[in-house]
Design a protein around this ligand. Structure first.
Ligand code: ZN
Ligand code: ZN
Length: 319
């Protein structure tokens, strides 16, 4: 399977500011030595030596993931603003002609997980077929509500693709293509559901939005069992450890909790996800380094083989 990240921010989209780009350029120029600028090769090497936050941005779109099966079949998780750009790419894959068909899984219907749907071009094209899966009750009504004329000019049914709704129960096992999918409810205001997707003994778990607190870490066995041996666990790490102590019941977790859980559950790849909209690229670089240091402290010999990643727009992982 492949997973590609189209939106990695939590709560609200957060576009990068011009001043941030200016500051990046200034820092880069300050770091450059004459020998770094001799020719294209030395410039390329210099750029490659810089921290991620100086040469990239993590991205400002809210939650949307593309999962591809071995046969390149498509599953989308959530329709935050990241789905708009995914939709534009799908137009080149038959969706412009109304020949596309895929599945969308919804974890829950907070705005940051549905607000891209009205801007998802393939939804407007007759002939495309979308299977929409949810565990939150009345998933169809929740999505329709976003298109009430008080909120959006185009009614839901004016988006002419065929939408087939599949209402599931928590923990129910269902099949899509050759995948086996199940789910688990997460602690989150209004409820949120994690999906576990399995193909040929490889497992991807999407586990955002979810609040795990250090003071309730003694009741984690059911979650550790659920996460056990995952090849990829995409997890809510919106807050720093210090912030999490003050933002109780806001519905999110930290990288420290995610690392503890991943080590206990023998997860192979942990992906930090649902970045706080207030965090700059530089802060996210630091949050990532702290997560790596924390993991190295708990597992100095790397016996776990746990690898920690931090999600950015465009990132792809394969299992
Ligand atoms: Zn969210
Ligand atoms: Zn949420």
């Amino acid at each position: 399977m492949k997973v590609k990240f189209w939106g990695v921010r939590g709560s609200v989209p957060s576009a990068i500011k011009g001043i941030s780009i200016r500051n990046k350029i200034k820092k880069i120029l300050t770091l450059a030595k004459p020998s770094d600028l001799l020719d294209e090769n030395s410039i390329e090497n210099f750029i490659n030596s810089l921290p991620f936050s100086l040469t990239h941005t993590f991205g400002g779109n809210t939650t949307c993931l593309e999962i591809r099966t071995e046969k390149n079949e498509l599953i989308i998780i959530d329709a935050g603003t990241g789905i708009r750009e995914l939709g534009n790419v799908l137009l080149k894959e038959g969706y412009k002609e109304g020949k596309g068909e895929c599945h969308i899984l919804f974890t829950h219907t907070h705005w940051d997980h549905i607000q891209g749907l009205p801007f998802f071009a393939p939804f407007y094209i007759k002939g495309n077929v979308f299977h929409i899966h949810g565990i939150s009750e009345n998933i169809e009504n929740r999505l329709r509500y976003q298109h009430n004329f008080e909120h959006f000019p185009v009614p839901f049914d004016k988006m002419e693709a065929t939408k087939i709704f599949h209402q599931h129960k928590e923990g129910e096992i269902f099949r899509i293509y050759d995948l086996t999918i199940t789910s688990k409810g997460m602690k989150h205001p209004g409820g949120s559901y994690s999906y576990k997707i399995k193909e040929n003994e490889k497992t991807i778990i999407f586990g955002s939005d979810a609040e795990f607190r250090l003071d309730s870490m003694n009741n984690l066995e059911p979650f550790i069992d659920y996460f056990r041996d995952a090849d990829i666990l995409i997890f809510d790490t919106q807050y720093t450890f210090e912030e999490q102590l003050t933002k109780i019941d806001w519905g999110h977790s930290s990288a420290a909790v995610a690392t503890d859980l991943s080590l206990k559950a023998n997860v192979k790849n942990l992906v930090m996800f649902h970045h706080d909209p207030a965090y700059s690229d530089e802060i996210l670089d630091e949050v990532y380094l702290r997560a790596i240091r924390y993991k190295d402290m708990l597992d100095p010999e790397n016996q776990s083989n746990l690898k920690i990643h931090i999600a950015y727009e465009g990132m792809e992982l394969f299992v």
